[in-house]
Design a protein around this ligand. Structure first.
Ligand code: NAD
Length: 254
């Protein structure tokens, strides 16, 4: 299927990360004008270099800051007038059993992964009203089933799935709102999770589970997740809204 985002404007959060970089690149290739935001200035600058000549701009914005998100929304309104595609992709993970999870860790994860999606959707969604726009939230298989040592992350991603469905109702019938629930992706994130675990046995068990938990017996490549984001962003997905779509190599089928 030919995907076209020609003439569309898009904002991607977590743009400097494994999935975000590929999303920015592919959205540009599909014809969109893209603003990518992230808190990682160095990787953002490297991405800007790589996408030189494309219709891409990087901005240093934290989805955890209401002020920065409000400023971004104002900037997007000034530059684009209206927004067609919002890919809420920024997130963090920590590996810790629930009994050892501190208030600070819980708050940080929920603030970025869930409230960040809310802030972006509220402040940028205003500029999508009246368009045939698409909001895509990157949730997780961890938003559908449990994972050991990941209670805060699972809670945040389960929240994103439910938030997606509620927003699909609030934004209907103009703007479509969907969630992608990936399996484990070959990016920095699963490595960060495993690194946090307390001992070598736990690290080895977690990694073996990541590799073997998918029916396809491998991790996903970012392009395989972005393929679904490109579809959902495009008019090809014109009758898809309120869905939480697994792109997880069969993880939750078991
Ligand atoms: N990698 C996996 O195994 C996996 C599995 C399921 C779902 N996901 C989801 O996919 C999405 C992309 O993850 P990834 O694998 O590319 O991870 P990643 O760590 O490579 O990228 C995440 C990006 O988010 C950015 N970020 C963190 N806090 C931010 C903030 N406050 N404001 C703006 N940006 C911020 C980081 O700097 C980073 O560039 C996330 O939502 C993640 O939860 C990942």
């Amino acid at each position: 299927m030919e995907i076209s985002l020609k003439g569309k404007t898009a904002v991607v959060t977590g743009a400097a990360g494994g999935v975000g970089q590929v999303a920015c690149e592919k959205f540009c290739e599909d014809g969109a004008t893209v603003i990518g935001i992230d808190v990682d200035e160095a990787r953002g600058a490297a991405l800007t270099d790589r996408l030189r000549g494309r219709d891409f701009e990087f901005r240093l914005v934290s989805v955890a800051s209401s002020d920065e998100v409000a400023e971004l929304a104002e900037y997007v309104r000034g530059r684009f007038g209206a927004l067609d595609v919002l890919l809420n992709n920024a997130a963090i993970v920590r590996g810790a059993p629930v009994l050892e999870t501190t208030d600070e860790q819980w708050d940080a994860i929920l603030d970025i992964n869930l409230k960040g999606v809310f802030r972006m959707t509220r402040d940028l969604g205003v500029h999508m009203k009246g368009r045939r726009g698409s909001i895509i939230n990157v949730a997780s298989n961890a938003g559908l089933v449990g994972f050991e040592n990941m209670s805060a992350y699972c809670a945040s991603k389960g929240g994103v799935v439910q938030f997606t469905k509620a927003c699909a109702m609030d934004f209907a019938p103009e703007v479509r709102v969907n969630a992608i629930c990936p399996g484990v992706i070959d990016t920095a994130m699963p490595h960060a999770f495993v690194r946090d675990l307390p001992d070598e046995a736990a690290k080895a068990a977690a990694w073996a589970n990541f590799e073997n938990g998918h029916l396809l017996r491998r991790l996903a490549q970012p392009e395989e997740i972005v393929a679904m984001a490109r579809f959902l962003a495009s008019d090809a997905a014109s009758f898809v809204t309120g869905a939480a779509i697994s792109v997880d190599g069969g993880w939750v089928a078991q």
